[in-house]
Design a protein around this ligand. Structure first.
Ligand SMILES: Cc1ncc(COP(=O)(O)O)c(C=O)c1O
Length: 388
């Protein structure tokens, strides 16, 4: 007896669920070189076009010269350097929270926050479409774990009625595969009515939503008493890498003392923190990036509606086109690629069965002509994939 990996892989192929990694042969940008082909890409999360910004690159280079490359140890040993600390202070100020704590990835920040707060005897309630890292965190916590209907405060309230111990409500701010914004005012009200805490992972809202890029809490005007645990990631609109949790002094100290994904890992390279400090400044000073995104979004949605394409209801840079069948989603994506466009087909288990989709994302680095090219190519690819 041994693990029958060949059959598992064959089954995945047969179901049109096999995943492949496009090989990127140049920097991020609206145009990328993938597997030797120059493509116009609509699938990155570099929403503000900062990942290849010359000043962010310069900050990284200068940071490496000054601080070296590796973090060298965990934060609690000798890996917590001045750029990490400065970035935490800047993120606390940016989010209007007393403190922020830096992590190497969003996946780890989510595991850390949920498992440090909730454990045996407690209850974790999550939106059923939450990001995998949040769902994994809920399972790992050992708390009673249940998923409420998507973005449905009444479904949450019904589950809160039966909650045991301390209750933690967990939601994406902007849903990563759907692009819709969580109804935070209603979710907050339901949580507060039962003395539960709300954790919002705003990986896709930070930098994009709110007048100054403060994300969905700024969009809705919510404070720390509404959202005591706020998670943001830095690999998307910030264009760098890592993540943070922002909240009260006590929350951050609790994470430092008890969060295993914080304690038992090497700190991120300090130069990355230097780069993020620069991108945070750009994100705050250059409001035109958010404005450009809004204009491109309006142009895209108007064009897609005129073509009768089934775009999902989203006001964010994530503009999924619902296909349903995984095979057809792959075919539309392949047809787009033949026309020089890169758009990923997202299939189960990342999304629920029968809801495969093209996850189209726009960035401030795109221009109107590129959006028009996308619309033309979509119109043709959509038709052709239906005829295959
Ligand atoms: C909603 C959400 N949370 C967390 C993460 C994980 O963040 P990271 O890529 O920094 O691990 C992602 C995606 O990467 C995400 O979409």
């Amino acid at each position: 007896m041994s693990f029958d990996l060949a059959s598992r892989l064959a089954a995945r192929r047969a179901e049109d669920l096999y995943r492949q990694r496009p090989l990127l042969q140049g920097p991020q940008g609206p145009e990328v070189v993938v597997d030797g082909q120059r493509l116009l890409a609509f699938c990155s999360n570099d929403y503000l076009g900062l990942a290849s910004h010359p000043e962010v690159i310069r900050a990284l280079r200068e940071g490496a010269e000054r601080w070296g490359v590796g973090g060298a140890a965990s934060h609690l040993v000798v890996g917590h350097s001045q750029p990490h600390h400065q970035l935490e202070e800047a993120l606390a100020e940016f989010t209007g929270r007393p403190r922020a704590l830096l992590f190497s990835t969003g996946y780890m920040a989510n595991l850390a926050a949920v498992t440090a707060l909730a454990g045996r005897g407690d209850t974790v309630l999550e939106d059923r479409l939450n990001h995998a890292s949040l769902l994994d965190a809920g399972l790992l916590s050992g708390a009673r774990f249940s998923r409420y209907l998507h973005n449905d405060a009444a479904s949450l309230a019904a589950r809160l009625e039966k909650a045991e111990g301390n209750a933690l409500v967990v939601t994406d701010g902007v849903f990563s595969m759907d692009g819709d914004i969580a109804d935070l005012p209603a979710l907050c009200a339901a949580a507060r009515a039962r003395d539960a805490w709300l954790l919002v992972d705003d990986a896709h809202g930070f930098g994009v939503l709110g007048a100054s890029g403060g994300g969905c809490v700024e969009h809705f005007g919510l404070g720390i008493e509404d959202v005591p645990v706020l998670v943001g990631t830095l690999g998307k609109a910030f264009g760098t890498a890592g993540a943070f949790v922002a909240g009260s002094e006590e929350l951050i100290e609790t994470l430092i003392q008890f969060a295993r994904p914080y304690i038992y890992t090497t700190s991120q390279p300090p130069a990355v923190a230097c780069a993020t400090l620069r991108s945070l400044q750009l994100l705050q000073e250059e409001g035109w990036r958010r404005e450009r995104l809004r204009q491109l979004l309006a142009r895209f949605r108007e064009g897609a509606a005129a073509l009768g394409l089934p775009l999902m209801d989203s006001q964010t840079p994530i503009q999924p086109l619902l296909v349903g069948d995984s095979g057809r989603a792959l075919r539309v994506s392949a047809r787009l690629r033949e026309r020089g466009l890169l758009v990923g087909a997202i299939r189960p288990p990342t999304v629920p069965a029968g809801t495969a989709r093209l996850r189209i994302t726009l960035t401030a680095a795109h221009d109107a002509a590129q959006v028009d090219r996308l619309l033309d190519a979509l119109a043709q690819a959509w038709r052709e994939a239906g005829d295959d």
